[in-house]
Design a protein around this ligand. Structure first.
Ligand SMILES: [Zn+2]
Ligand SMILES: [Zn+2]
Length: 571
């Protein structure tokens, strides 16, 4: 245990100019580095959402938009300068790459927390009776949590978020160390309905683990339970969570809690009631079972956040970009997020909207470096299972400005039998398009709908128009329509109003929107309006060459399971 003392009280190499590392310093360091790391992100000027410029005339029975604004396919993660600011902020990178060097990969993550009833009752009568947010720390002298310190706020202090009192905690830890008890967790309370650790709580635990400040390198985990306090103790609940590293990935998950050997089951007051106003339109019970995989998380941000407001329970974000200053004018990002990965920034917001949501971040681009197996492994276990068992519950959304990523996303959806939605915004935000598919319902696939564009790329075509200048308002109108169509796809065949929509649109699964009174790209679409165009599957019987992706049979279920490698778009 002396190792623990040394590690905890000596400044670590990561914080060379700071005071000795304490929990509170870890937090401020994170905050500071957010501001400092912005210069590490590559310039994003060329990666706004507006790349498709329509260069061919539009035949409205067969839309043949061709992209003319090339954006180089993202190849790899942005280069990072190797200094502390980059390291400490680059959270999503570190999910993939950085692991506390002293953690062993074989370390077992427990499947339960054991706690003594004495500690449980202490928590109940301290944190449990105070208004949120108060907290304390947990320690173990054996296999059970048998130490608890209540981190009383100074008299008169009030707090919106719980901030540990470092001096007090360090003193207690010294005392515990003498008794061979070790620091294993931090516990604090949240307001009603917020039953899980916040993003900041997760990062706090992560910093402790990254710096090996929990007690034992053989145990790369840390408990971060959340208390729902109640003045009369009748509504007291404890939700136990564990933060850990496994195979280099940092995760926070619920974990069973046993009090003196007996399983404790909290009464889950799910904040589903927060969504009661929209309950009849799209019931939270249904929405919470749905998954949206978003390939691209730039311009789609408000769409993704609003999916969370609509109760979508599972969101997978795939995007290797970081937030840069050039995004401020065209995407729903903030200065306070500069330098952060886009997927992590969205995750934080989504959890602030629906704390019950599961958000999986993949801070990588969907390139050929990612095989189909890699894709399945990155989207997470529950999404992987849904894709195999109930693919209709998983909506795949291609919302990047990269042709190949969207084309690949369509093939992934066909392969697994999931609904798909592919989005494009035209040059200067003059208009937008959304193609959507649902196996067994829409006869034409995304490739059938946009065959002209595929031909353009197959012949070595590229985009040469500039991608700058799409007003955020164009993006947001498209996001709104994406949301409507997503509900229609996610709720298809349910006993809801939206459940009956899709059949009305089945053969008209290509929407174009016109935002520009001077554009000649949209004959037949009045300014400010959109139109759903009839689409036939690409097949000789319809006068088209057979679609290489869906083969034009008119039933997208026919291709399910038959696409070997979704990367092979043109061969
Ligand atoms: Zn918290
Ligand atoms: Zn097709």
């Amino acid at each position: 245990m002396s190792r623990f003392v040394r590690k905890f009280f000596v400044p670590t190499v990561c914080y060379v100019d700071g005071p000795p590392f304490t929990p509170i310093n870890a937090m401020t360091k994170v905050e500071n580095s957010v501001a400092n790391a912005s210069e590490n992100v590559r310039d994003q000027a060329q990666r706004s959402e507006s790349e498709f410029a329509v260069t061919e005339s539009v035949d409205h029975t067969k839309v043949t938009t061709a992209p003319s604004a090339e954006t180089s396919p993202p190849q790899s993660d942005p280069p990072q300068e190797d200094h502390d600011a980059a390291k400490s902020i680059n959270v999503s990178k570190s999910e993939q790459e950085v692991k506390p060097e002293c953690l062993t990969e074989t370390a077992a993550i427990p499947d339960r927390i054991e706690m003594t009833s004495e500690v449980f009752n202490q928590i109940k009568h301290t944190i449990g009776k105070k208004p949120a947010e108060t907290g304390g720390i947990l320690g173990m002298s054996g296999e059970k949590i048998d130490h608890f310190f209540y981190d009383r706020l100074p008299d008169g202090a009030t707090s919106v978020t719980y901030t540990p009192n470092c001096d007090a905690i360090n003193a207690v830890l010294k005392r515990w160390t003498r008794k061979d008890a070790v620091y294993m967790g931090a516990i604090h309370s949240h307001p009603k309905g917020y039953n899980r650790p916040s993003y900041a709580d997760e990062q706090y635990a992560r910093r402790l683990l990254d710096n090996n400040l929990n007690f034992d390198k053989a145990k790369p985990y840390f408990y971060i339970p959340i208390v729902q306090p109640s003045a009369d103790a009748t509504g007291f609940e404890l939700f136990s969570y564990i933060a850990y590293y496994k195979n280099d990935r940092f995760s926070v998950e619920p974990i069973d809690l046993y009090i003196d050997g007996q399983k404790y089951e909290p009464n889950i007051s799910v904040p589903l009631e927060n969504f009661s106003r929209i309950r009849l339109l799209f019931p939270a019970e249904i929405m919470s079972q749905k998954t949206v995989i978003s390939i691209g998380a730039g311009g789609a941000r408000s769409y993704l956040e609003n999916l969370a407001r609509s109760g979508v329970g599972n969101i997978v974000l795939i995007d290797g970009d970081g937030v840069s200053e050039t995004n401020i004018g065209t995407q729903a990002v903030f200065y306070s997020e500069l330098g952060r990965s886009k997927v992590e920034a969205i995750r934080e917001r989504v959890l602030d909207i629906n704390p019950e949501a599961n958000v999986t971040c993949v801070a990588q681009f969907l390139t050929d470096d990612m095989s189909d197996d890699d894709f399945l492994n990155l989207v997470g276990e529950s999404c992987k299972k849904s894709l195999k068992v109930s693919p209709q519950d998983v909506l795949i959304v291609g919302t990047t400005d990269n042709f190949f990523a969207n084309a690949r996303a369509n093939r992934l959806a066909l392969k697994y039998g999931s609904p798909f939605l592919g989005v494009g915004i035209y040059q200067n935000g003059a208009g937008g398009e959304i193609a959507f598919t649902y196996p067994g319902i829409t006869p034409a696939c995304y490739r059938c709908c946009t065959a002209g564009r595929y031909r353009h790329y197959a012949n070595g075509g590229h985009n040469d128009a500039t991608s700058e200048g799409a007003p955020i308002f164009s993006t947001e109108v498209v996001n709104g329509m994406k949301g409507f169509i997503s509900l229609m796809l996610l709720l298809h065949n349910t006993d809801t109003r939206f459940g009956a929509y899709l059949k009305e649109y089945a053969t008209r699964n290509f929407l174009q929107m016109n935002f520009d009174p001077f554009s000649e790209l949209f004959p037949g679409i009045p300014i400010g309006q959109g139109k759903y165009f009839e689409q036939k599957p690409d097949h000789p019987t319809n006068g088209y060459e057979e679609c290489p992706d869906c083969h034009g049979t008119g039933n997208l279920e026919d291709v399910k399971g038959s696409i070997d490698d979704t990367r092979k778009i043109f061969n």
